[in-house]
Design a protein around this ligand. Structure first.
Ligand SMILES: NC(=O)c1ccc[n+]([C@@H]2O[C@H](COP(=O)([O-])OP(=O)(O)OC[C@H]3O[C@@H](n4cnc5c(N)ncnc54)[C@H](OP(=O)(O)O)[C@@H]3O)[C@@H](O)[C@H]2O)c1
Length: 325
């Protein structure tokens, strides 16, 4: 056993990939669980569950316990106003970091932030991710911390991007961003691998690192659609969605969410994020310090995310004992 990791967000898309990768690496993972039962795909794993929420200090005390490392991956991605995001993405960071800082020895602290934190003016979500990093930096002098800023992360189990990717696989590509927009992407297992790399190295602490799959200058929507055309072996119908329609739909969704009471993903703030021209990451500072090379580029990542047949290259690698499809 390598040691104990206290993990939040293990029931979510990224957190469950982290939990599975870290247990496979030999870490003992203690994970926060706010529902009554763990998700089916995590039952029967060696995860140790601590019942509670991020609002509850007692649960967080239990979660942190004697952990060597705290990884805070829980976050709120859906909502309308600052009040929807702030309690989890900011206040809970302070709470958890203060508890970690009060321990002796003090555990290392990793925050899964977001590239959105680079442009906090765009949306309440982006602002909350930046504020979360600031809250962490102010939490305590004794705490050494790292924040990772992934761009859009995709993979099996993702609920945000996967519906759009499925539509593209079926031959229809609604394009919400500008034609000249460039954006980075990251396959979820490469993010988990980056965390494994971070754990293995003493990173100069108190720093936020961007991470991506290493595709130079990110992708354009055109490149994404062309990748689908290669995967399908036939064309994809492109539907460039005008900004006016995006804004109108987002406003209607926001109104419906307020009336019916669900947390919306597609809001005016999300439109501003989607229309931003530059979401390209620079992972060089992280790679200078951590021994990590992203392995999965878009075409392969889409195959894995959509559960398609492996490419010949990938099949050869699986015979060498790497991930199975
Ligand atoms: N997905 C992306 O493309 C992406 C990109 C960049 C950064 N990120 C960041 O990565 C992190 C994880 O994102 P994700 O896509 O995995 O989101 P997700 O699937 O929605 O998972 C969110 C996780 O946070 C937990 N959580 C939220 N509020 C909580 C609370 N009050 N108490 C306890 N647990 C709480 C959820 O628990 P329940 O299961 O109980 O709801 C779930 O485990 C977030 O911080 C997000 O900002 C995501």
């Amino acid at each position: 056993m390598r040691g104990v990791i206290a993990l939040t967000g293990a029931t979510g898309f990224i957190g469950s990939a982290l939990a599975q990768r870290l247990t496979k690496e030999g870490w003992r993972v203690r994970a926060l669980l706010r529902s009554s039962t763990p998700p089916v795909h995590l039952t029967g794993t060696s995860l140790e569950w601590v019942r509670g929420t991020l609002d509850d200090c007692d649960s967080l005390e239990c979660l942190v316990g004697d952990a060597d490392v705290v990884i805070h991956c829980a976050g709120v991605l859906r909502g309308i106003t600052e009040a929807d995001f702030y309690p989890t993405n900011v206040e809970a960071v302070s709470r958890l970091a203060s508890i970690a800082a009060s321990r002796s020895p003090v555990p290392r602290f990793l925050l899964i932030s977001s590239l959105a934190a680079r442009e906090p003016e765009l949306s309440p979500y982006a602002a909350s991710k930046r504020m979360g990093e600031i809250a962490l930096s102010k939490a305590a002098d004794r705490l050494s911390w790292t924040a990772l800023r992934p761009p859009a992360v995709y993979g099996p189990g993702d609920r945000a991007l996967l519906p759009l990717l499925r539509l593209m696989w079926h031959g229809i590509a609604p394009i919400p961003g500008r034609q000249d927009a460039r954006f980075s992407l990251l396959y979820v297992e490469d993010l988990a691998e980056a965390v494994v790399g971070w754990l293995a190295r003493d990173v100069p602490e108190r720093y936020a690192f961007e991470l991506d799959d290493g595709h130079p200058q990110g992708y354009t929507w055109r490149e994404v659609v062309e990748t689908f055309e290669r995967l399908r072996g036939r064309g994809v119908v492109r539907l460039q969605i005008p900004e006016l329609i995006l804004n109108l739909t987002a406003r209607l969704n926001k109104m419906a969410a307020s009336v019916i009471g669900y947390p919306p993903m597609f809001t005016p703030g999300k439109v501003r994020e989607l229309r931003h021209p530059n979401w390209v990451c620079d992972n060089a500072p992280f790679r200078r310090i951590v021994d990590w090379t992203p392995a999965i580029r878009l075409e392969e990542g889409l195959r894995l995310a959509l559960g398609l047949q492996a490419s010949p290259a990938r099949s050869a690698r699986t015979q060498d004992g790497h991930d199975e499809l």
